[in-house]
Ligand binder design. Structure first.
Ligand code: NDP
Length: 433
């Protein structure tokens, strides 16, 4: 804390991991003598830079760019870019730190990183978005590469932004280096199912958690927060599996739709029109918009917080528990506050932490890298099957580790222990660097 005094989100993420790996360190004194924790909490490299661009009125704007390259011990740095006004070094470091263990848990050869900018894309024209992305890449390109660092999307960075960022990298380097970015359009090097992967994967993770207790998703009411990439495809998959997705939200409030959220209408409002969630309710008789509130007050069997960090606190957790929630899986990164996580664990709610439940996105990014390297394209069905199997493996690895460390069914301990152990062994093998 003394070393990173103004980084509360980073401290929160480090505490969460360190608290749950105490039993791992007790069983592996070589991790302690090898200084694994001391090394891991310090990024290998962090880059901050100026992003100047000119808006549609001809006014010069200056935003701040970040890339924190946390660990490359398992593979090239890998993690998304976030464009949101709340972005600062603490947020990027918390996301990058979490990414190390999430990526390790997928079993694939990818390191951990995160980046982004405090640029606010809301209300900006296409031309402004493009000029911003080009300026951002004018600096970032020198730190990227298919064997070095491979970004992807996150909040505020979707297909459009990835296109502009990739285009500028190609222009500057004179290389069509497909493997230097994931989440690309399927027509120019992107992988099938990458767009859907995080949301679909989170729902597969819930299926796995419920199956341990002989239960199914079909017929259950599922509450989702957010209405971006993760939320939309989580809602889509819940429908496909016979569940009833009853909520969606954005930063202005939430909609509840007891007939089940209509994915087509949601996509129209959010992806195509880039509108607000209230417009969904305005066009759907069975839906109601609740302004300025979060969806956790709605009765639901399964909750999928899929918007942003710390969006579900202790009070929200008590409301959910009071309404009989059975399972919570984090589609977003660290959406539940420490108090909320403690409440879920104490009351026996099945709880899938983000680094396990939302690992499907980055796992499918690694599949995109494989396809780019081999110059292959797999079908949607093949790719979805691989995602399903990876999520099953992620679940089983976290569950097995929870048993190994005498906390059966505690996926927080299990996911952290399994991810950390893989990284720690690799660090010991590669020496003090
Ligand atoms: P999007 O930008 O597509 O969507 C974000 C959604 O969350 C929007 O509905 C947005 O509403 C809402 N939101 C953002 N900030 C806030 C806030 N402060 N309060 C309330 N709502 C908010 O992002 P993604 O769907 O890609 O990402 C969502 C979460 O999932 C993030 O935590 C991200 O790190 C995590 N994640 C994403 C992955 C991916 O593959 N995309 C992979 C793994 C994790 P509004 O428009 O009003 O801001």
């Amino acid at each position: 804390q003394a070393r990173n005094p103004h980084e509360p989100e980073f401290q929160q993420a480090v505490h969460e991991v360190l608290d749950s790996i105490v039993p791992v360190l007790e069983r592996h004194p070589e991790f302690v003598s090898g200084g694994i924790v001391e090394r891991l909490v310090e990024p290998e490299r962090q880059i901050m830079f100026r992003v100047p661009w000119v808006d549609d009125q001809g006014t010069l704007q200056v935003d701040r760019g970040f890339r924190v390259q946390f660990s490359s011990v398992l593979g090239p740095y890998k993690g998304g870019l976030r464009f949101h006004p709340t972005v600062n070094l603490s947020i990027i470091k918390f996301l990058g730190f979490e990414q190390i263990f999430k990526n390790a848990l997928t079993g694939q050869g990818i390191g951990g990183a995160k980046g982004g900018s405090d640029f606010d894309p809301h209300g900006r024209s296409d031309g402004e978005i493009m000029r911003f992305c080009q300026s951002f890449m004018n600096e970032l390109y020198r730190h990227l590469g298919e064997h070095t660092d491979v970004p992807a999307g996150d909040i505020g960075v979707g297909a459009r932004e990835i296109g502009y960022l990739f285009g500028q990298y190609r222009k500057i380097t004179n290389r069509h280096e497909s493997g230097m970015f994931t989440g690309k359009g399927v027509q120019w090097g992107g992988a099938e199912v990458r767009t859907e992967a995080t949301g679909y994967g989170a729902v597969f993770f819930v299926q796995n958690m419920l199956a341990v207790h002989g239960q199914q998703l079909a017929g259950r009411r599922v509450g989702v927060s957010g209405s971006g990439n993760v939320a939309i495809y989580a809602i889509d998959k819940v429908h496909q599996l016979g569940g009833i997705p009853v909520t969606a939200s954005d930063s202005s409030g939430y909609v509840v739709d007891d007939a089940g959220i209509d994915v087509g209408l949601l996509r129209q409002v959010k992806e195509i029109e880039r509108g607000r969630i209230a417009e969904y309710a305005a066009r759907r008789a069975s839906a109601r918009f609740v302004e300025g509130a979060r969806p956790w007050e709605v009765p639901m069997d399964v909750a999928l917080p899929s918007a942003t960090q710390n969006e579900l606190d202790e009070l929200d957790a008590s409301a959910l528990i009071g309404n009989g929630v059975r399972a919570v899986a984090e589609g977003a990164n660290m959406p539940s506050t420490p108090g909320a996580v403690a409440a879920f664990r104490e009351s026996g709610v099945l709880f899938g932490p983000g680094k396990a439940a939302n690992a499907g996105g980055v796992a499918t990014s690694a599949l995109e890298m494989s396809q780019n390297a081999a110059r292959q394209r797999w079908t949607f069905a093949d790719s979805e099957e691989k995602l399903r199997s990876i999520m099953s493996d992620v679940h089983d690895a976290a569950f097995a580790a929870s048993e190994r460390y005498d906390r059966p069914g505690d996926y927080v301990v299990g996911a952290n222990a399994a991810g950390f152990t893989r990284v720690a062994h690799a660090m010991l093998a590669q020496g003090v660097i």
